[in-house]
Design a protein around this ligand. Structure first.
Ligand SMILES: [Zn+2]
Ligand SMILES: [Zn+2]
Length: 467
């Protein structure tokens, strides 16, 4: 039995791990590498393994850094099943179509710039074929992946449909229980359930995105949101929110719905200005069976994402028309780091007005416009023009979809325990940290060793381990 770390090794994107046993080969995730275009283009266009060798894929969730290269597999002839949860399948349909669109646009741009034909990594047809290969399964149900490998999903509490994967692998009479965390969420996030760590493992592949960070509690985020909306509306300004279309946007709509019901925000229009967000919201509404039933709004209200203040603008003309409207409003638009998408024209129009607030609700990577805003840069460059930043900037970090170092520790401690109230703790599993930058991984490895996990590793790209 062998695992090769083909992606998200000493970095956060390109999640892909290859499990080989009994002459069978199974991929865990097949995500896109993201970052500087030149570097990632080559990495993404390199197959992680020969297509004909892959017997099956098990997918943890629909985020592009986990699912984004599945259409590249199908474009190259992959025709075996891709196992995931039902909601992941439905979200992937929306997200992979969007990704194909971006790939096609990108190739067009490079073709124009280089004056020679550049083929997209994959197209819309390949995205559709990848979704056709997906087998949507319920949580907590064991299924056969290939002979000798059984698997089940538990809720990772990260985005709708996100899963941790339990793999029971048998080779020559030896049985190993391998747990792949996927991306681990946080307790208390809106709509989705809290992470449900599996129990018992010989080997754990654990994400480590925030292995060196503490997040503020989820609980305060909604109150802060209410304060920002109320204060800005009182000044007659707009609240401009760059947000990822899938997950973060629905959480914000949900929290604004609660605040509107409780009369904690003024009655101003809330525009969801993103076609992808609108499609993703439809998928959310299709899966109430996996909402967090302990939440008040989920119990009381059927239509979580529709209420009198909220308006969905699909057409570009509707989006542009918002510029000529008057009065306070909330505009939620992609992209999450203000690198592209409709948020750019709202920023070009609104960043220089001191009555407005730019509300940051997600991680802003280096070299992005979002990061410049967080750092209060005096001038922003939008569409090639200089725009002075005079709007207020507010940062809410309670919405993070990844657990911090304490939450990750709790998660793996739960995997190690037998789940009994007496709190019996089993032998420490071998831990392989994935999906983290070296700094975060090294700090988290230290923390885990100190907490009684003697065998903690942070594999390098394409490193292979034998089980
Ligand atoms: Zn994710
Ligand atoms: Zn991820």
């Amino acid at each position: 039995m062998e695992i090769e770390f083909a992606g998200a090794a000493r970095e956060v994107t390109g999640s892909c791990h290859i499990l080989r046993f009994n002459g069978k080969t199974v991929l865990l995730d097949c995500g896109m590498f993201q970052g500087r275009r030149g570097e990632t283009r080559v990495k993404n266009a390199t197959l992680p393994i020969e297509i004909q060798e892959i017997d099956a894929v098990v997918l943890s969730h629909a985020h592009i850094d986990h699912a984004g290269r599945l259409p590249f597999l199908t474009a190259n002839g992959y025709a075996n099943p891709i196992y995931c949860t039902a909601a992941t399948r439905d979200l992937s349909a929306v997200m992979l179509a969007d990704s194909a669109h971006i790939q096609e646009k990108d190739a067009e741009f490079l073709t124009r710039r280089n004056k020679e034909a550049v083929a997209p990594l994959y197209g819309m047809r390949d995205a559709t074929t990848a979704v056709d290969r997906m087998v949507g399964l319920p949580y907590d149900t064991t299924f056969d992946v290939v002979p000798g490998l059984r698997a089940s999903f538990t809720d990772a509490g990260h985005i709708l449909g996100s899963a941790s994967v339990v793999l029971e692998c048998t080779e020559n009479g030896t049985r190993k229980r391998i747990v792949f965390s996927g991306d681990v969420g946080r307790a208390g996030l809106p709509i989705i359930r809290d992470p449900m760590p599996p129990q018992g493992a010989d080997v754990v592949l654990l994400e480590s995105t925030y292995g060196n960070r503490d997040h503020p509690p989820v609980a305060g985020a909604r109150d802060q949101l209410a304060r920002v909306v109320t204060e800005t509306a009182a000044h007659g300004g707009r609240i401009l929110v760059p947000a990822f279309s899938v997950g973060r946007t629905q959480e914000l709509v949900y929290d604004l719905h609660i605040l509107a019901r409780e009369g904690k925000i003024p009655e101003i229009p809330i525009y969801i200005d993103s076609p992808l967000a609108i499609d993703a919201t439809t998928v959310f509404a299709m899966h109430p069976e996996i909402f967090d039933r302990t939440e008040d709004l989920v119990q009381k209200v059927q239509e979580l994402f529709k209420f009198p203040l909220v308006r969905y603008t699909r057409e570009a003309s509707e989006s542009k028309a918002l510029n000529s409207q008057h009065g306070p409003m909330v505009i939620i638009a992609a992209s999450g780091m203000a690198e592209a998408g409709r948020i750019l024209h709202h920023l070009a129009h609104g960043a220089s007005d001191p009555r407005n607030t730019i509300l940051i609700v997600g991680f802003q990577a280096e070299h992005t416009l979002g990061r410049r805003i967080v750092e209060h840069a005096p001038m922003l460059r939008v569409f090639g023009d200089e725009v002075p930043l005079r709007a207020r900037v507010e940062v809410l970090s309670g919405y993070s979809a990844h657990g911090d170092r304490h939450e990750l520790q709790q998660w793996i401690d739960h995997v190690r325990s037998d789940g009994q109230p007496t709190g019996h703790t089993g032998a420490a599993p071998d831990v392989y940290l994935v999906h983290g930058e070296p700094e975060a991984q090294d700090a988290f490895a230290e923390q885990l060793r100190a907490a009684g996990y003697p065998s903690v590793h942070a594999p390098t790209p394409h490193q292979k381990i034998t089980l």
